[in-house]
Design a protein around this ligand. Structure first.
Ligand SMILES: [Fe+2]
Ligand SMILES: [Fe+2]
Length: 173
């Protein structure tokens, strides 16, 4: 059984994952419209992953007899450039990581060992998410003034393969 506090924190986390999913979808549409189809493709797949994270947490809450309450999602807003988009992606991932750390702190306080085990997957996933989005941001910073460099990067991101089923997938290699 989940404590009220843990349940509320899981619900905030579900909302944050869904917000990230919407944000990345909106960012992908913005970059598609600039004909950066590879960036758009990458962000759409990332949006799908965030939704899968939300579903994974929903399943945890339901399995443990809790109540899922999805809160209002803030609108993603508007965007300026690939560079600004990926600065925001990295900031978003860092925010989500902090939320998982706070949730872990809370689970420790509540002596909720099951939640601590559930959170391990997400903590490791966040290491991966910060690394991958951080790498893309570094590459954009290196080439954003060069049209050919940006085209090359767009092609690279366009090659991102669709993800496996989340149940099987640990943090990606
Ligand atoms: Fe996520
Ligand atoms: Fe993420």
């Amino acid at each position: 059984m989940l404590s009220e506090k843990i349940q509320a924190a899981f619900n905030r986390q579900i909302t944050a994952e869904l917000y990230a999913s919407n944000l990345y979808l909106a960012m992908g549409a913005f970059l598609d419209a600039l004909a950066y189809r590879g960036f758009g493709h990458w962000l759409r797949l990332q949006s799908d992953e965030e939704r899968q994270h939300a579903v994974r947490i929903i399943e945890i809450v339901v399995d443990r007899g809790g109540a899922v309450e999805i809160q209002d999602l803030e609108a993603p807003g508007s965007f300026e450039s690939p560079l600004a988009v990926f600065e925001q992606v990295v900031a978003q991932e860092q925010r989500v990581t902090r939320m998982f750390h706070e949730l872990s702190d809370l689970a420790e306080e509540e002596r909720d060992h099951t939640t601590l085990v559930e959170l391990e997957w997400f903590l490791l996933e966040q290491v991966e998410e910060e690394r991958v989005s951080g790498d893309i941001l570094k590459k954009i910073k290196r080439v954003h003034d060069s049209p050919s460099g940006m085209l090359e990067l767009d092609r690279e991101l366009g090659g991102r393969p669709a993800q496996q089923e989340p149940a099987e997938a640990g943090p990606e290699a």
